[in-house]
Design a protein around this ligand. Structure first.
Ligand SMILES: CCCCCCC[C@@H](O)CC(=O)SCCNC(=O)CCNC(=O)[C@H](O)C(C)(C)COP(=O)(O)OP(=O)(O)OC[C@H]1O[C@@H](n2cnc3c(N)ncnc32)[C@H](O)[C@@H]1OP(=O)(O)O
Length: 721
């Protein structure tokens, strides 16, 4: 990097007779600046006289620099600035560094102690800066440094006067940064901790030795260089280390429940934990942002209150990223052994997507006592007596992306009395940037808590739909893993019923049961793959009832029926024959028939494969791409499999280039690629990235890896067929 220089610039450094100020003056002087070395020449309490400034000037001059000494007090700051103008005709840089201490505990602090400190630090900085300000404005250039202290930012015993003045300087810099912005005047604050006359007998000797002002001087010099762009920054530096400090604001909280309520001391106490909760605290750049933030929050409060006045609601937030999507997909049985699942498992996949059922999680409001607080008198609900009964999700706005944050409103719309048990119907509205993205509805079955004389049915319940009587149009089966619930829990539902054998047996189950939403996630994936080409954004709504628990390790069999844009489905456990999900459906914007297989080993893939026609197409493509093929120059063998068995073998001899139906005519295969028929169909249909099929197909490389990689582009062109 080119040396950062200050040629042609005039710098005033106050308190430059020793310590930090001296280090700043020497460094700037050595880099071409003409320096006014100001120093009153007093001890650290402001008493005594010396000629330190002359010594510094001499040192600068001895090294070929230009400098002049100034012995005025900063309280008469205009005289110091005059020294610069009189000697050098201009001023570009002002470093307000001069300072003294009058440390005393507050009890012993006199008004004089207070005034003297404020006069030197705060008023002194005001006087010098004010004197230079007009020149800076006129020449549209100025670099100003205020010197603050951690004593000001955090407080320090015995330094009430000094702390107040030091934080005052941050306030001064903040405002001057704004007022100077359009004149290219940058005003920043340094918070140095260095060995100086101020700290000499306060710091332990070893630390005092190490805290060299020379380690801070380059930071300050950079902050007054013409290339420095920040303004209003507070930079803490010591021991060759620098950090930025700024204020942050909590999200805050309304101090009342409804806009019409009074704010009382009690309501303030009730809200206090939210007021001081710093989770998600933000740094606001300017005072206008503070006002906007407040207006925004008040508007949100009004809007929420309108909704809350209809029903008592709980508001929660839910943030997710790619990792959450992948963990969820694993929890609902997506597997790399099925190439079409990769888009749900691999964050760098070109079609990486959330599964549609993932967004049910944002509506769960697991942390809120939403059901508990809505139970009729004498009835209770907690994790020991609830079962997930039904689930609904409907997408209203744009399909959400692969990361985001939602605000969710959760409220109970009805508590039904089903005789011995109760059913709580919980609605959720899920918003992103104030836009409604989706709605969900959960039916929570509360065992043994019925009989309170409530309604048996609700008009507000989204109903289940019986499947057609005919044989299913498609069936997909997939075994859940023994650890399925343990994986699914990581998406947020930590109900011990799904992991703790004692809790499970106490609730009457032989072992921990699978989350209802995990089983639903499996079946929804099967439908999505079969009838929506795995396109999650094609889903409009989904409804299901959990009719019997599923045990991890059991095999789920999803039966599907297409009726218009609705795919009815129900799910059975293969081992017991029991229906576990019933009355379920997925509404799609568009139904695509015979789509991708969802499970690793589908029971019925639906529709015969036209591999011969496909073979002809690939042959044509290879001929079309003969030049490329020759460049690849390899022999590849495709094993065509059906239900796990090799049924056919094609050889792609790119040396020739030709495709053979059967064993290679000549030469040995360089690469053997096993792609299932289904994947090959998808590649041909352009719905499966050939590279993905390629990765999934157990690629055995007999030649070299480069060769295998070169095959990628060729397969890509085949995908366009
Ligand atoms: C806000 C916080 C939320 C927390 C969310 C959840 C946290 C999760 O960790 C919890 C889970 O995932 S639990 C696991 C998944 N769920 C299950 O396994 C439940 C399976 N279902 C059953 O066992 C029975 O259906 C059973 C036991 C539910 C009902 O069986 P029965 O008692 O035999 O009922 P039945 O006699 O057939 O019918 C009685 C009335 O109830 C209605 N009904 C039946 N099943 C229902 C169900 N699943 N959901 C809603 N209502 C249901 C019936 O229609 C009937 O009403 P009516 O007589 O008016 O027709």
């Amino acid at each position: 990097m080119d040396q950062l220089r200050f040629d042609g610039r005039v710098a005033v450094v106050t308190g430059a007779g020793g310590g930090l100020g001296k280090a700043y003056a020497l460094l700037l002087g050595s880099r071409g600046a003409k320096v006014v070395v100001n120093d009153l020449g007093s001890g650290r309490d402001g008493s005594g006289k010396s000629n330190f400034a002359d010594a510094v000037v001499k040192e600068i001059k001895d090294k070929g620099g230009v400098a002049v000494a100034d012995y005025n007090s900063v309280v008469e700051g205009e005289k110091i600035i005059k020294t610069a103008i009189d000697n050098f005709g201009r001023i570009d840089i002002l470093i307000n560094n001069a300072g003294i201490l009058r440390d005393k505990s507050f009890t012993k602090m006199s008004e004089q102690d207070w005034d003297l400190i404020h006069a030197v630090h705060l008023k002194g900085a005001f006087k010098t800066t004010h004197a230079a300000w007009e020149t800076f404005r006129k020449q549209k250039y100025g670099r100003i440094i205020m010197t603050s202290s951690n004593a000001g930012l955090f407080g320090n015993f015995g330094q009430a006067n000094y702390s107040a003045a030091k934080l005052g300087l941050v306030g001064l810099a903040n405002t001057l940064a704004l007022e100077g912005a359009k004149y290219n005047i940058k005003v920043n604050t340094i918070v140095p901790t260095a060995a100086s006359r101020l700290t000499e007998d306060i710091l332990p000797p070893e630390m005092f030795q190490a805290m060299k002002p020379e380690l801070i001087a380059p930071v300050v010099a950079y902050m007054v260089h013409e290339s420095f762009e920040d303004s209003g920054a507070v930079i803490d530096s010591t021991l060759g280390f620098a950090t930025k400090t700024h204020l942050v604001r909590s999200n805050g909280a309304p101090l009342k429940k409804k806009p019409s309520d009074e704010v009382t001391i009690e309501s303030v106490k009730e809200s206090w934990s939210k007021v001081v909760n710093m989770n998600g605290a933000k740094h606001l750049q300017k005072i206008a942002d503070v006002t906007l933030d407040l207006v925004d929050k008040l508007q949100e409060f009004e809007e929420r209150s309108k909704l809350d006045s209809e029903r008592d609601s709980y508001w929660t937030t839910y943030a997710y990223n790619a990792k959450d999507l992948v963990i969820y997909a694993l929890g609902v049985g997506a597997s790399v052994s099925n190439a079409s699942d990769l888009k749900f498992l691999y964050e760098s996949h070109e079609e990486f997507s959330p599964l549609p059922t993932f967004f049910i999680l944002a509506g769960m409001c697991m942390e809120a006592p939403v059901v508990q607080n809505a139970m009729p008198p004498g009835k209770h609900a907690d994790f020991t007596n609830i079962l997930h009964g039904e689930q609904y999700i409907e997408f209203v706005g744009d399909f959400p992306g692969t990361e985001g944050a939602f605000t969710t409103r959760c409220y109970v719309v009805d508590i039904l009395d089903k005789g011995s048990s109760a059913v709580a119907i919980v609605n959720s509205e899920i918003y992103q940037n104030k836009q409604l993205i989706c709605r969900t509805q959960q039916h929570i079955f509360v065992l043994g808590q019925g009989g309170f004389g409530g309604p048996r049915n609700s008009k507000l319940a989204v109903g289940v739909e019986n499947a057609p009587k005919r044989a299913p149009d498609a069936v997909v089966e997939q075994r859940t893993a023994e650890d399925q619930a343990a994986v699914y829990r990581m998406s947020g539902d930590l109900n011990p019923l799904h992991i703790d054998p004692n809790v499970a047996t106490a609730s009457g189950h032989q072992k921990p049961i699978l989350h209802g939403l995990a089983s639903l996630g499996f079946s929804a994936r099967h439908v999505l793959a079969k009838y929506s080409n795995n396109d999650a954004s094609n889903v409009k709504a989904l409804k299901a009832r959990f009719v019997k628990p599923v045990l991890p390790g059991q095999t789920l069999v999803t039966e599907m029926w297409v009726e218009g844009n609705r795919v009815h489905f129900q799910t059975k456990v293969k081992e017991s024959g029991n229906a576990v999900i019933a009355g379920a459906y997925m509404d799609l914007k568009k139904v695509s028939s015979g789509g991708a297989p969802a499970a690793a080993a589908p029971a019925s893939s639906g529709g015969a494969l036209k591999s011969d026609a496909l073979f002809a197409k690939i042959q044509e493509e290879v001929k079309k791409n003969a030049a490329k093929a020759k460049a690849v120059n390899g022999v590849f063998v495709y094993n065509i499999t059906e239900n796990g068995k090799n049924v056919k073998q094609w050889t792609l001899d790119l040396k020739t280039p030709e495709v053979y139906n059967g064993a290679p005519k000549s030469g040995k295969a360089d690469t053997t690629m096993t792609i299932s028929d289904e994947d090959l169909v998808q590649v041909a249909a352009g719905t499966l990235n050939p590279q993905v099929a390629y990765m999934k197909g157990k690629l055995k490389i007999a030649g070299n890896l480069m060769l295998a990689q070169k095959l990628g582009p060729l397969l890509k062109s085949e995908a366009k067929m």
